[in-house]
Design a protein around this ligand. Structure first.
Ligand code: SF4
Ligand code: SF4
Length: 171
């Protein structure tokens, strides 16, 4: 695992979207698979080595990228970066890295109804800092650029459908 990725995971190891356990609000919806569907988390480049040959964790190559499917429970230090960042995602803009509400999380996470500013500022700032670190690694930067483009497509689609887009991104 490259240094940037290791540090990004570390920064997000202990901070969470709220100071309290937000899983109690929603029954940990982001950890539930949809019925009859095995959903997984997209791994950042180099992250797979933490899950290869790890009992109960399955790697799956998909058109979207390499996914890890978890056993449904985990210790904080085992979590993939995608789970540590959820419901945020660092996006790359001309003006720098922003911590953005992950468009894929909007239908899942009730916290995003209040917008990104309802989240613990320490968590938002850790997500942005993790993005800054990842952007220093060529492969992770390329991955973030791909995710940023996908976010923009989803955002445009949501906007066309008349969704409220005011929750935005913050530095
Ligand atoms: S869906 Fe949102 S509120 Fe629920 S556990 Fe996940 S991050 Fe917390
Ligand atoms: S790895 Fe942990 S945090 Fe991520 S979905 Fe699985 S149980 Fe939830």
């Amino acid at each position: 695992m490259n240094d940037a990725l290791r540090k990004a995971r570390e920064i997000l190891r202990d901070v969470t979207p709220l100071k309290s356990d937000c899983g109690r609000i929603c029954g940990a919806r982001c950890c539930q698979s949809l019925e009859a569907e095995e959903s997984g988390m997209l791994l950042f480049p180099g992250e797979e080595e933490a899950y290869r040959d790890k009992a109960g964790w399955i790697l799956r190559d998909t058109s979207a990228g390499l996914l890890v499917i978890c056993p449904g429970r985990c210790r904080r230090e085992e979590r993939p970066l995608a789970c540590r960042l959820f419901p945020l995602l660092p996006v790359i803009r001309e003006s720098g890295i922003k911590a953005a509400a992950d468009q894929r999380a909007r239908g899942i996470c009730p916290l995003l109804r209040q917008g990104i500013r309802g989240l613990d500022p320490a968590f938002v700032s850790a997500a942005r800092e993790a993005g800054n670190l990842l952007a220093q690694d060529a492969e992770c930067r390329a991955f973030l650029l791909t995710l940023t483009a996908a976010q923009d497509e989803l955002k445009e689609l949501r906007s066309k459908l008349g969704a409220d887009m005011t929750t935005g991104e913050v530095y």
